[in-house]
Unconditional design. Structure first.
Length: 178
């Protein structure tokens, strides 16, 4: 990565860290409602914010260690000039087409969010994971991608829907049942 990109990445990470710490602090001050279940109302958000804080600190530390190693290597008495990798040369070359997977993934996330209210969580998640697995690894067979997508959707539903009691929208299921 270029120095400018690393600089802005650190700024974004620091802003995310400040926001996550603030939200954790706010959720700690909020009054928890205990409805007789295993978790009070603010336990889940506090857990998410703690995981986010740990991951951001880990990313900042990894970046600092990498920067330190890079600076140490530059200050060494023997400097060996390595050829730029293909990725580095393509990023700087004018007129080179970018990988469209990033733009397609952003579009898929937006479509996925809109489909939640129409198709429901399970079906829209399955379709999203299927599209992403095919998009990101084009040599994956469609049956294998469908199996992986079904497994990931099931695991998310079991963990969040059943274990944490998150209510996902399922309008098609409600329409069929009623």
């Amino acid at each position: 990565m270029k120095k400018e990109e690393l600089f802005f990445e650190r700024i974004v990470l620091l802003l995310l860290l400040v926001g996550a710490v603030f939200l954790y602090y706010t959720s700690s001050l909020s009054e928890s409602v205990d409805r007789g279940t295993d978790m009070a109302s603010m336990d889940f958000p506090k857990g998410i914010f703690l995981v986010l804080i740990v991951l951001i600190i880990g990313k900042l530390a990894a970046g600092a260690i990498t920067q330190f190693k890079h600076n140490s290597a530059q200050n060494a008495s023997v400097k060996v000039k390595q050829p730029a990798s293909e990725h580095q040369t393509l990023d700087n070359a004018p007129g080179v087409k970018r990988d469209m997977r990033t733009i397609l993934t952003m579009g898929a996330i937006v479509v996925y969010a809109f489909l939640w209210r129409i198709l429901g969580f399970c079906l829209s998640s399955f379709l999203f994971f299927l599209a992403e697995s095919i998009l990101l690894k084009r040599d994956t067979s469609k049956p294998r991608a469908a199996l992986i997508s079904a497994f990931v959707t099931l695991m998310v539903f079991v963990i969040f829907g059943m274990a944490f009691g998150v209510d996902f929208p399922e309008p098609l299921m409600e329409f069929i049942i009623s």
